[in-house]
Design a protein around this ligand. Structure first.
Ligand code: SF4
Length: 501
């Protein structure tokens, strides 16, 4: 894979033939995916759509010592306001001197739509440099400048001669894709082109040479762990704990990294993803450009996939025996700790929604705890889900709904499948909560989900929710969703048109 010479990355409909509309059993989904027949499925009615600019900001806003310029109308990127608090706190957990979110908007209006917005962008870059002196200025390009034809790259090229910050243009216009996860490729594309160039280190003396050798040895035991914005700092501590037990060093990026950390990443021995949906574009290019091998197979959620994640890394370094000893000890302790909770979980039904890899891993986790998975929902689906989804026998016949948002389909599934629990992101949980269903967040910035400790923490929170579901029961009894009763009598997938797919 090599798209880096291009100014803009391809969207995932083209690159991965990803799909965002499907309703049917999990086994059929995997079958169609393997045959490459998912891309043509459409919706006859669509309630919502995600914007890749906003998902791009979920990563970009976290980069330390950087100013973000949203090149667009004032509303684009407005969602950043909701992240500002967490953003500042998490940056300062890495570096107490970090500033919070520094964000400039080029405020395009009718005048710019007619005359172009390039002057606004240039002014914003010079302002960001003068006012904040950051290490990087990241420009996210929205729909309007793309439609009116602003030449963002030429503005950047010219301005780069005048400012010391590295300028990183990110082409993430919302209208270009229905697969919101294309945002990850857009961000990594900008980073790969502008923050990860080859820099030859100058060796002036014997001390320099010795220092370089020491760094090379350290790098040979260092893995880049690619985090995601839906991962807490304590999730990272858990991964550090696991890999340190195997005597490995970690370089954690891209979220909450400093711009210089990206160059450091080109020196590591291995790239380890925790989610293929997030990272395939990045690791493939790092392999191509910097010859760094990668592991992209699974996510360390639940026993099965955490074990697999650890063993894949151990295999690379030839330390499988040490890793197996560590895993055996962790699983033994976990089993003992879970024993008091198992009776509470037995036979409870759950519907899970979220990113494709994460929902499948959580299906395995909740099945392991004793719950019955009655349905799955993912924002999109592509080949990276096939191995994990295809191997979980208990979910082969359950309905799988691929939908970016579409809360009407979720409401229908919840009404008909009648789960005891809905597990999803905060924005989707609210609809289930209003139907009287107890909800368990799939992610919370202050909670732990990953690794062995994450399994115990999920179980502990789950037990508390299931022991006393009265809040949601009362909410459901007093609130109504805006759908007619007749909608719940229809098939949840009535508006998904498979056509000739
Ligand atoms: S869809 Fe386009 S106009 Fe809307 S927020 Fe996203 S980038 Fe801005």
């Amino acid at each position: 894979m090599d798209y880096i010479s291009e100014k803009t990355p391809p969207v995932r409909e083209e690159r991965l033939r990803a799909c965002n509309a499907y309703g049917g059993s999990s086994d059929k989904l995997v079958e169609k995916s393997k045959k490459g027949c998912l891309n043509g499925i459409k919706r006859k009615f669509s309630q919502t759509q995600g914007c890749q600019l906003n998902l791009s900001l979920a990563i970009i806003n976290t980069i330390r010592d950087a100013v973000v310029i949203v090149h667009g109308p004032i509303g684009c990127g407005g969602g950043s306001l909701s992240q500002a608090g967490v953003n500042k706190g998490f940056k300062q957990l890495r570096d107490s001197g970090s500033k919070g979110l520094l964000w400039v908007n080029t405020n395009l209006g009718e005048n710019e739509v007619i005359n172009g917005g390039e002057a606004n962008l240039r002014e914003a870059i010079l302002y960001a440099e003068k006012e904040f002196r950051p290490s990087a200025i990241v420009i996210v390009n929205s729909c309007v400048p793309a439609i009116i034809g602003d030449d963002v790259d030429s503005v950047v090229e010219q301005a780069q001669q005048e400012v010391s910050a590295r300028i990183v243009p990110v082409h993430c216009e919302g209208f270009k894709t229905k697969i919101q996860a294309s945002a990850y490729d857009a961000v990594y594309h900008g980073i790969l082109r502008n923050l990860m160039d080859n820099r030859e280190r100058e060796v002036r003396s014997e001390e320099d040479e010795l220092e370089l050798l020491k760094e090379k040895y350290r790098a040979s035991r260092t893995v880049n762990v690619l985090n995601v914005s839906s991962m807490s700092r304590i999730d990272e501590y858990e991964l550090v704990r696991i890999l340190k037990a195997l005597d490995l060093n970690l370089n954690i990026l891209p979220c909450y990294a400093h711009p210089d950390d990206f160059y450091q990443a080109t020196q590591a021995a291995l790239n380890v993803s925790i989610c293929a949906t997030h990272d395939d574009y990045f690791v493939e290019h790092l392999k191509e450009k910097h010859n760094i091998p990668f592991i992209l197979r699974t996510i360390p959620i639940g026993v099965k996939y955490t074990n697999r994640w650890v063993m894949d890394i151990a295999r690379f370094f030839g330390i499988e025996e040490e890793a197996q000893r560590f895993i055996d000890q962790e699983v033994k302790l976990l089993e003992e700790a879970l024993e008091p909770y198992r009776e509470i979980f037995k036979g409870k039904k759950v519907l899970i929604g979220g990113g494709e890899i994460r929902v499948v891993a959580n299906a395995e986790l909740l099945t392991y705890l004793g719950l019955e998975v009655v349905g799955l929902r993912a924002y999109h689906y592509d080949q990276f889900g096939d191995e994990m989804l295809g191997e979980q026998e208990v979910v082969q016949q359950v309905p799988f709904n691929v939908a970016t948002g579409q809360p009407f389909e979720q409401a229908n599934l919840n009404a008909n499948l009648k789960p005891d629990l809905y597990m999803g992101h905060v924005g989707t949980n609210v609809w289930a909560a209003k139907q009287g269903i107890p909800v368990l967040p799939l992610f919370q910035p202050s909670q732990l989900f990953l690794g062995y400790t994450g399994i115990f923490e999920v179980a502990r929170r789950l037990a508390r929710i299931l022991r006393n579901p009265s809040f949601n029961r009362n909410l459901g009894a007093n609130v109504k969703l805006p759908y007619f009763e007749s909608w719940y009598e229809k098939d949840a997938f009535s508006y998904i048109d498979e056509g000739n797919a």
